[in-house]
Write a protein that binds this ligand. Sequence first.
Ligand code: HH2
Length: 271
Amino acid sequence: MPPAKNRPLVMGVLNVTPDSFSDGGRFAGVEAALAQARRMIEAGADLIDIGGESTRPGATPVPEDVELDRVLPVIAAIREISEIPLSIDTLKPAVARAAVQAGAWMWNDVSGLTAAPDSLSTAAELGCPVVIMHMKGRPATMQDDPRYDDPVAEVFNDLEARATAAMAAGVARDQIWLDPGIGFGKRLDHNLALMAALDRLAALGFPVLLGVSRKRTVMAIDTTAVDPKDRLGGSLAMALFGAAKGVAAIRVHDVRETVQALKVWAALVEG
Ligand code: HH2
């Protein structure tokens, strides 16, 4: 577990994929991934989230062996140079198991442990911290006109139900993190309602992870930010808003800038 701070922890994103929405292809080889991990560690990342399958809107799933070949060498290489806690961003229980055996600390599952019949039992067996994220639908089609009567109630009820199912399957309560899944089957108004209610999500008693970095939500507000790399200002605004609402960790591409923003925010809050 990374040491607690007077601000949310910063989880650096390391996508070892050819097609992630903002950094696809940049860190696909082990050397490039390791160099990026080093940069994020130097920039103050508290943990690193490694993904071998894009879950951006419209993404197509990759076979298990491909995903394993992408992530395992990177986990091993980072374990050689640093003790930083690693999280594995995967929908596949077998990938989570292999990653934890290779030294990953946390399983980040954007399906909230619903993607496979053995997701819940694997999480219980691994005994590691697990992020239960809310996603409506699946990445290939999730942004095709998502609808909710009450997005906050529906997302929170779903997350609570998933947490209850995980505990019933044997996952310890103190290993469960929740994530509202900003941009996963949600329009701008849904995302804004969920951001506004983050304090209520945190009040459920599970650490909250927030992933907003470079997302389309920023472009929906600032329509000039078409290139994901032009969404830093909006990403920082959302990170600070999340910090004020009590989230435990923020998942970001721009580690140095986010750490600095959060440090300054924490100093201002403490006066
Ligand atoms: N967002 C992405 C991926 N994984 N995990 C959690 N818990 N929360 C998130 O908001 C989240 C996530 C999407 O971002 P990215 O990894 O940059 O892109 P891609 O899915 O295209 O690889």
